[in-house]
Design a protein. Sequence first.
Length: 309
Amino acid sequence: MNRSKKTGTSRIISFSSDAKSILVGMALVLIGGAMWGCNATVSKLLMSNYSVDPLWLACIREFFAGLLFLIAGGIMSPNKLVGAAKDVPSYPKYLALALCCVLVGQVSYLQSINWTNSGTATILQSLNLLVVLAWVCIMSHRMPRKRETIGVALAFIGTVLIATGGNLSTLALPPQGLAWGLANAIATSALSIMPTAMIAKWGNFVTNGIMFLISGLVLCPFVQPWAHLPKFDVASVSMLLFTVVLGTFGAYALFMAGVMRIGSIRATMLGTIEPVMATLTAVLFTGVVFGPADLVGFILIIVMVFLVR
């Protein structure tokens, strides 16, 4: 009797502990995703209201976020940071990852926001799952499953609705905005595929810190951010700090902490709060108006996220 009671108690405690961990993980993912969505709108405000060039913003954000990632990596896993620094043969890989995954991804995302709006740009970014699906099918030598095929069809219809506004004879989005958005989807998919070996070896913070810092340094000679400082006030400086510290580094740190507790599939599902938050903040703070076709397109692409895992 005593043994069974103890076993039952331990099971209750274990279940309670697991449930608490899942709830905490869900909260972290939701907060991180929401901050990412807000970050898109903050970036749009900086570019629209303060004439901040997308390349300037990308350079600043990548450089300082990279430093924050490396500081966090040095605190959490100093041996991995030192090991990555000493891994000289991998330096060309670091450069390739920085250019393909971060530089192209950050620049195309900000350009997409600049040409359209934060909600539309973030929704188009979600199409990266289709590129990942294609990669998985090729590497696994298989065809897409039924639910994946439905997801692809929904994503195609949703993209057409967003691009045309429901009128197939016209293009509602600027061609540049659509092109940058699709380029961002491809770069984002590369970010989820290419650095996996480095992340497994050196950890998330160290690997991302290296990629972000290198990308920022590569942009510096071309952008020369010190020579083209925008006319900032208190509000714009606050937004710039938000986009670097909370919108990029903080959001990523919270999201990954949540993933460690609830897994990538649940995190991907909850991560759909990012485009939702980007859309809501775009309406509230930038005055953008979405038509019925846009909203239907958004919903179809979000449904695709649930179908394509």
